[in-house]
Write a protein that binds this ligand. Sequence first.
Ligand code: URA
Length: 433
Amino acid sequence: MRAYEIIQAKRDGRAIPPADVAALVDGFTRGEIPDYQMAAFCMAVFFRGMEDAEVRALTDAMLRSGDVLDLSDVPGAKIDKHSTGGVGDKVSLALAPLAAACGVKVPMISGRGLGHTGGTLDKLEAIPGFRVDLPVERFRALVRDVGACLVGQTARLAPADKKLYALRDVTATVESIPLIAGSIMSKKLAEGIDGLVLDVKVGSGAFMKSLDDARALARTLAAIGRGMGKRVTALLTRMDEPLGRAVGNALEVVETIELLRGGGPADLRALTIELTAEMLLLAGVAKDLAAARVAVERAIADGRGLAKLEQIVAAQGGDVAALRDPARLPRAAGTYPVPAPASGFVAAIDTQAIGLAAVALGAGRARVEDAVDPAVGLVVEKKLGDRVSAGEPLCLVHHGPRSEPREAIAARVARAYRIEATPPPARPLVLER
Ligand code: URA
């Protein structure tokens, strides 16, 4: 089928033969199929979905668009973690060094901001000099010698995802189980991993808003991974408020350093420990989850996690001094608070709206060619269940030259909060394993 016929068939709800899915992905990656046709196809998939065979064909074609690394000569278990995307989700920044400090090899291909969510690559690039575009040979050497390396998709590693990810980001075609599955698993399977921990987010700040959809995504991701002979663990975790307090690239780096120094917000710390512990378990370097958690907590307490982050940053060209002195990180032009319109308890936060406020400040992209402003973002002062008095700050906004005006941002943030007379029931962070 020609691209037009593939789009038409999907638009009308018909399954696309695997060979045609592969041809479409190959043509798009080579630049023969233009962005507008691929964007139309993604929108058709968004509405019509894909059958299992189509998702397998999509993932396989995206995986084969670049190299599949063989890290069998690197001693130790190679385990990665991937989140389906959230707001304030900076877990990878601390998890990769912590897992490496505990003896796991972490080859990590990450993404940039996507829709209302932030991306690990944009956060890392807030560290002056940090390079995420390393050649494959350097990636392999750093996984072997340092224990972890965090890079982006390249012309050799998952190039189809590099192009498609950027296109989906700006065409509102992210929240689709087949497209998310192809994107995540093509990157992860290209890394040469033995096992993968999946953090499948659910809630107002996730791409999957309901537990049923998140379960379906987790099952699809795990089935693809296990079908390729990988060990896979998936956790369904709450994304109904920003994780931690910082939302925005440099702000999230600062919060990561706080965590690795033994502080940081409790929810971020708990989830980072849990996901890293799952990696240790998959790697076989801890006998059970309880022992794995203790090992990760020890790596925070004795400073090995922070030392490993410094080693990773140095190896990837970043300014290590900026980790010790956050004043060297990009700083916003100024800050202002967003006051609570009423007194009560924070009953709900439209977390996607908070993520979009961060994008409107310049922390994410409106068009493929946009650059992010690493300095801008929000610090969440009031989280779910917190008591708040009218006029108290809900968030502190860090704004920049490209940010939407103060009134527009303040309205976005205020609208995102629901304040009621009673607090909401407390829910665990990890909803299912
Ligand atoms: N993370 C990814 O890598 N891809 C998606 O599509 C969503 C989250």
